[in-house]
Design a protein around this ligand. Structure first.
Ligand SMILES: [Fe+2]
Length: 559
């Protein structure tokens, strides 16, 4: 049975195609339309999924959408109506989105001619399904935390082959994800895009505002998130996410171009610290109430690798699984998995890797290079790349099937030697143009990870766990060690990505350290490259030293 799952219209739209529960194709729309966090109906992503599966739209047995327009409709409308006339615009926005979501099956039919069974799956059940049915576990305690679904904003539950059993719901407007949106806006960044910057900034704080921030948002004894809504305006209108009270107590907001002050850093630190406390409290409750110590976690808040690292190392759980597209893109897959299980399907296998996107042949790469007048050399990619990296060059690395999820995991990556002191600044100045306070992430072969990082024996295949760098390597690996001594680790197994694993070992043979700085192959504000043409354009448009795409190597003059 072939099921197409997708999301649309809100953010991070994506499509996934599963066959008998096995993921065949899964990719975000942004990679195709080149609009970061694209909100479009993901037609190009859907067309890619069909092409990858070798079927026409008639070959799809069911379509699953990640949102149920009828769930919580009355409560949500009431919440917004209560804040009239101020919420007039919000009411208009909700009305527009609701209508689009309700009519999405017609939009799919009009665009692609699909007229088969169509399922609207509750957003939180989609997330919960993505959490669990990618874990390979028989059953798990599951936690979903994001901005909001139809009406929910957090869920504690248990998932097994019989479905999702909710234990506790948090309902909008109480929402940890929306608090993150509000503080991200307060700090001069864009909500739903730059929360990772806030997390990076938080590590520089001393905790001066933590006590005060505990009044803003907390977990209650019933396993729900409770906000003091007097600090926020997001439920009244979306012009101002935070209220005058927030400003009165935490200081003036930062405009996007302004300097970051100690006060801004302390607000970020307080949010991160309280978030970790809340997630640990919810985990503790969930484990106690379910009796299950295998945790699966999803929703946008699950992209917080620092919090994930704390949960994993807390002793509360024996295992933590976060699938690579933990945000709403993953709910597209989750909707499909939910329908698969509801139809009596067998439990899907564990999702071991994230390489479910498009792949291109050697000839296609060559055509893209020659199209820009580049005549590349054919090389052994792992050996050539290791030599370039050991010589201090920054390499664009384009191989195999594109990753799904926000992290590049070794197929659409910019790679560099993590040892030179100036590498982070050089990479930022020449290619990535990111804020200097943000760390870069390391990749390491799984079997070598414990030598350099305090992993506690836990793999981190999707770069979603922050772990301490061993103290003796912090000074030696400055480009990937954050100010607090942590790193957002990716562990690589040979069976999941043989070429990237080979590259890490080849670099280790030259440098004695099989660790590479691995950041996404894009420039700030653009999606990760998808096609060979995207890669060549990014290479030419930045000061990347070398491009190795498939077996083809090209270098800038003088490199
Ligand atoms: Fe979500």
């Amino acid at each position: 049975m072939r099921i197409l799952g997708f999301n649309a219209y809100i953010h991070d739209t994506a499509a996934a195609l599963i066959e008998d529960g096995r993921v065949v194709a899964f990719a975000e729309q942004e990679r195709f339309d080149r609009i970061k966090h694209s909100t479009a109906l993901p037609l190009e992503a859907i067309r890619f999924c069909l092409e990858q599966a070798g079927v026409e739209i008639e070959g799809i047995d069911a379509a699953a959408f990640y949102w149920d327009p009828w769930a919580g409709l009355g409560r949500r409308a009431w919440q917004t109506l209560c804040n009239l006339p101020r919420s007039t615009k919000l009411l208009g926005l909700h009305g527009h989105n609701w209508s689009a979501v309700r009519n999405v099956r017609h939009a799919l039919r009009a665009a692609l001619g699909y007229s088969g069974p169509f399922h609207h799956v509750n957003h939180y059940l989609s997330h919960a399904a993505a959490n669990h049915y990618t874990s390979g576990l028989e059953r798990s305690a599951t936690l979903v935390v994001d901005g909001n679904g139809e009406i929910a904003s957090a869920l504690l539950g248990v998932v097994d082959r019989d479905g999702v059993r909710p234990l506790a719901w948090t309902l909008y407007p109480h929402s940890l994800g929306l608090v993150w949106c509000a503080v991200t806006e307060y700090l001069g960044y864009r909500q739903n895009q730059h929360e990772g910057k806030v997390m990076g900034l938080a590590s520089y704080g001393a905790g001066a505002l933590v006590e005060k921030f505990r009044r803003v948002v907390r977990a209650d004894a019933a396993g729900r998130i409770r906000c003091d809504l007097s600090y926020f305006d997001y439920h009244k209108d979306r012009r101002n996410w935070f209220s005058p009270r927030f400003v009165a107590e935490f200081g003036p907001p930062r405009r996007p171009e302004e300097e970051i002050t100690a006060q801004h850093i302390e607000v970020a630190c307080a949010l991160q610290t309280v978030t970790e406390e809340i997630l640990l409290a919810l985990t503790e409750q969930l484990v106690r109430r379910s009796g299950i110590r295998e945790l699966t976690f999803g929703g946008g808040v699950a992209l917080n690798c620092v919090a994930n690292g704390r949960i994993a190392a807390s002793g509360l759980v024996d295992a933590l699984h976060v699938q690579p597209a933990a945000s709403d893109a993953g709910a597209a897959l989750g909707a499909a998995l939910y329908v698969h299980m509801a139809a009596g399907g067998a439990p899907p296998p564990r999702l071991d890797h994230a390489y479910f996107g498009p792949e291109f042949s050697e000839d296609q790469v060559l055509v893209a290079l020659r199209g820009r007048g580049i005549e590349p050399q054919r090389v052994d990619p792992a050996q050539a790349c290791a030599a370039d990296l050991a010589a201090g060059r920054i390499v664009g690395w384009f191989q195999g099937r594109m990753e799904v999820g926000p992290r590049a995991l070794g197929n659409r990556s910019i790679l560099a030697d993590p040892r030179p002191a100036g590498m982070k600044d050089r990479l930022n100045a020449r290619v990535k143009h990111r804020e200097g306070f943000r760390p870069f992430a390391p990749a390491v072969p799984l079997e070598r990870a414990a030598e350099f990082f305090e992993t506690g024996g836990r793999p981190s295949p999707f770069m979603l766990l922050a772990v301490p760098v061993r103290p003796e390597f912090r000074a030696a690996l400055p480009a990937i060690t954050h100010v607090d001594g942590s790193a957002r680790l990716q562990t690589v197994r040979r069976e999941d990505n043989p070429l990237f694993h080979e590259l890490l070992l080849a670099f280790g043979a030259l440098s004695n350290v099989p660790v590479l700085l691995n950041t996404s192959f894009n420039v700030a504000g653009q999606p990760i490259v998808c096609t060979p043409t995207d890669a060549v354009e990014c290479f030419l448009g930045t000061e990347l030293d070398v491009l190795i795409a498939g077996p083809w190597r090209t270098a800038k003059p003088g490199c």
